[in-house]
Write a new protein. Structure first.
Ligand SMILES: [Zn+2]
Length: 91
């Protein structure tokens, strides 16, 4: 079995950093869940073989082309995408 380069147990979206999201299951495979924040689907737009460059590329699409908008509107109160991303990068 191939080990992923993502930490297997991340419990946030690797694209936007949304915390109530599990992109990979306990074996490290994509859950095929769609992030309610950025709308990217684990296993479709990215998977356990994706590199941090891949995540960054998708993040740039979300921020620049999609204006970093909350997909399942309305966005939570006082939500700030920059803060959400910066909290993800602290890990
Ligand atoms: Zn997301």
């Amino acid at each position: 079995m191939v080990k992923t380069n993502m930490s297997i147990t991340i419990n946030y979206c690797p694209i936007c950093g949304y915390k109530e999201f599990t992109p990979f299951d306990s074996k490290g495979y994509p859950t095929y869940d769609i992030c309610p924040c950025c709308s990217f689907e684990a296993g479709n737009e990215y998977d356990h073989r994706s590199s941090s460059d891949d995540f960054e590329r998708l993040r740039n699409i979300w921020v620049q082309d999609m204006k970093a908008e909350w997909w399942k509107k309305p966005a939570p109160k006082n939500w700030d995408y920059k803060k959400q991303i910066s909290e993800m990068n602290k890990k």
